[in-house]
Ligand binder design. Structure first.
Ligand code: ATP
Length: 424
């Protein structure tokens, strides 16, 4: 399999990116530095999958190499001096992440690691799984040489997700999310001992040693994935979701609750729908859903989404009742966050036979846009003063409009005159 690698490495990259990398590696080698393609790029090349980003490790100074590459490519550079990392953004191309090779140690479980300079083997040893711990050299003397000290190729062939050592999940419990993500994304199995280590880390409370922001970041990344339903199911049955918060749950087998067809959805739309389901899953009390969202430190729009999805779940059966008028539908749904309604409407399982779903769609596509032509100033011109009467007539006008009884402006004018006359 590794015979195929050099050819694939080239074909997966746009030619100018390959030239840029080898040119930069040539310059680096003049200083006796080495440049390697690492991690996801190698994994995805071996599996012949589309690559998502390019990770480069430099045994030398990554920031200097990044600056030289930015000059060569006239590209934008973002540097993170304190971490010794940089991201090169080449218009219309994959981002290139550069990092100085490092050795990491964990002073306490779950804490951020202490970092010191290291060689390429140290850098591969700090990684999460064997399939993400391979490198291919780009410097001219070793160009194309594959380094695979943890038998990543073997695990690609046997389709296994395997950690590099037994302390891995204690050192960094966010790797639990990553194990589940790669397993389901690639159709791999979590290797037996690795799974045992996950379950043990959860039992031992390792998740409590990591900051909630780091947990939530990994969880949100999962919600963007095409197979997020299966990933959530795994996290739930491994006890991970319940350990984060008792109300966080995914009791649905893979395939049961999914947003619509993957090829039509943006990652953000998938994420919204899964969050909406998880909000609804807390029960029908919006306060509980909000508490969960705040516990997860979610940004404000997501807090609103979880809150409103619990409200929507609470009124779902009412929305499906017989003989609902459009005005009743409107009143049930008005004031709820539109993004939440759209997210909820994407849940495939709700679409099949549901009157409630059709009403939700009717509200999203039509009812919420209905506005009478007449506004308050028209009422004032007829002598009505702002106050309860004024509000009541405008509300009745909206109701009649939504019920389709006022197709023209003249109908609206007649309606308002009649209502005002009745109230005098
Ligand atoms: P993706 O296709 O999702 O971007 P990736 O492998 O590129 O996959 P990143 O999250 O971009 O994943 O991380 C890049 C590399 O950094 C990983 O392949 C892995 O080697 C390493 N890495 C990332 N997170 C961790 C972690 N928590 N612990 C150890 N290594 C990690």
């Amino acid at each position: 399999m590794n015979d195929l690698l050099p050819a694939r490495l080239k074909t997966k990259l746009p030619p100018h990116t390959f030239d840029l990398l080898t040119k930069a590696a040539g310059l680096a080698s003049e200083r006796r530095w080495q440049v390697y393609l690492v991690a996801g790029y190698i994994r995805d090349c071996l599996l012949d999958l589309p690559v998502r980003d390019i990770d480069i490790t430099i045994v030398g100074d990554a920031l200097q190499v990044a600056e030289e590459m930015a000059d060569l490519a006239h590209a934008e550079l973002e540097t993170f001096g304190q971490f010794g990392t940089a991201t090169l953004k080449i218009a219309g191309d994959l981002d290139i992440d550069l990092v100085t090779a490092r050795k990491e140690s964990y002073p306490q479980p779950g804490a951020l690691p202490v970092v010191e300079a290291g060689d390429i083997y140290h850098d591969l040893a700090r990684r999460d799984f064997s399939i993400n711990a391979m490198a291919v050299e780009l410097t001219p003397t070793g160009l194309g040489q594959l380094l695979d000290p943890h038998d990543g190729i073997g695990d690609v062939q046997s389709t296994s997700i395997r950690v590099l050592h037994d302390r891995s999940f204690r050192d960094d419990p966010t790797r639990i999310f990553r194990a589940v993500k790669f397993a389901r994304r690639l159709g791999f199995a979590i290797e037996k001992q690795t799974l045992e280590l996950i379950l043990q880390a959860v039992r031992d409370g390792s998740l409590y040693t990591v900051s909630m922001d780091r947990i939530t970041r990994e969880l949100l990344l999962i919600l963007e994935e095409p197979h997020a339903d299966a990933m959530l199911w795994d996290l739930d049955r491994f006890g991970v979701l319940g350990a984060i918060h008792p109300l966080l749950a995914w009791p649905y087998e893979p395939g049961k609750i999914r947003p619509g067809p993957d090829e039509l959805l943006k990652p953000q739309e998938r994420q919204d729908t899964y969050l909406a389901v998880m909000g609804a899953e807390t029960g029908t009390d919006p306060d509980e859903a909000e508490k969960l969202a705040r516990w997860l430190n979610l940004p404000a729009p997501y807090v609103k989404m979880m809150r409103d999805s619990a409200r929507l779940a609470g009124l779902w059966s009412k929305l499906g009742e017989n003989a609902q008028s459009n005005w009743q539908t409107y009143n049930l749904l008005r004031g709820l966050d539109l993004r939440t309604l759209q997210a909820y409407a994407r849940i495939e399982a709700l679409q099949a036979d549901s009157v409630a779903w059709r009403r939700l769609m009717h509200y999203i596509n039509t009812l919420r846009h209905v506005k009478p032509e007449l506004k308050g100033d028209h009422l004032e011109s007829l002598g009505a003063k702002p106050g309860p009467l004024y509000r009541d007539v405008l509300e009745e006008l909206l109701e009649a409009k939504i019920e389709g009884r006022l197709p023209t402006r003249a109908d609206e004018e007649r309606f308002v005159r009649e209502r005002l006359a009745e109230r005098e």
